[in-house]
Design a protein around this ligand. Structure first.
Ligand SMILES: [Zn+2]
Length: 241
């Protein structure tokens, strides 16, 4: 059975790294809205260019654009084993749309993980962050937050400070994130498959906690499913099999 994961958390929480690792280890498709948008910008797609303009101003991309981009991606064959979403959904409108897409696919539980980190730690992490001007990868940092190398470890490109990474802009971004995702957390938090992970610990500890809670949530979901289908053997279900 497929496994579908939403990785939530503010910018700087490290959820992108964790999403990539988890997807690799479990053979799932990692879908980062950042990557999808970058590909779109390279291909000069109008929707992606529109989205990038808004992001450069520190704003969020509108629901309709994001849902269209993500829906198309999730319905492709290589997403059928399951996925790890990073950066989507951001709003309740997007979350409702995703529920519909997951119901259409009818394949595996939807596990929601919220990676949490205190704001002062996020500001410290974000305000010094460098990215590759060529491929967009994050610069690898030492424990004290300084870059390991002067050029990109992946492609050799020049490392530059992100356009939106001075401290004031960082705080503004975090505030926007808080405001916009609070209703989303409320939307998900009563579900048996919603989990919180402490992102303010070393990466391998975060990874371990994440693996544990996702497996547990998937198990809980399977039990709920079994209990429900055991009780109600609906005629529609019988007709389908
Ligand atoms: Zn690079």
């Amino acid at each position: 059975m497929a496994l579908n994961v939403i990785m939530m958390g503010p910018p700087g929480a490290g959820k992108g790294t964790q999403a990539g690792r988890f997807a690799r280890e479990r053979g799932l498709l990692k879908i980062s809205t950042g990557d999808i948008l970058r590909e779109g910008v390279k291909a000069q797609l109008p929707e992606a260019l529109h989205a990038k303009e808004r992001m450069d101003r520190g704003e969020l991309v509108d629901d309709e654009t994001m849902v269209a981009i993500v829906r198309e991606r999730l319905l492709r064959p290589d997403a059928q084993r399951g996925f790890v979403l990073d950066g989507f959904p951001r709003t309740v409108v997007q979350a409702n749309a995703l529920d519909q897409i997951v119901a259409e696919r009818n394949n595996g539980p939807l596990v929601i993980v919220d990676v949490r980190v205190p704001e002062h730690e996020l500001v410290r992490r974000l305000a010094g962050r460098l990215i590759c001007a060529k491929c967009g990868a994050n610069a690898e940092l030492t424990k004290d937050g300084s870059p390991v190398a002067t050029v990109c470890g992946k492609c050799g490109g020049e490392l530059v400070q992100r356009a939106d990474d001075n401290e004031e802009v960082v705080r503004e971004r975090l505030e926007v994130y808080e405001r916009e995702t609070k209703p989303l957390v409320e939307f998900y938090q009563e579900r048996p498959t919603f989990r919180v992970v402490n992102g303010a610990q070393p990466q391998e500890r975060v990874a371990h906690e994440l693996d544990t809670v996702i497996d547990d949530a998937a198990l809980v979901s399977a039990k709920v499913e079994k209990a429900v289908t055991g009780k109600v053997a609906t005629p529609e279900k019988a007709a389908r099999t």
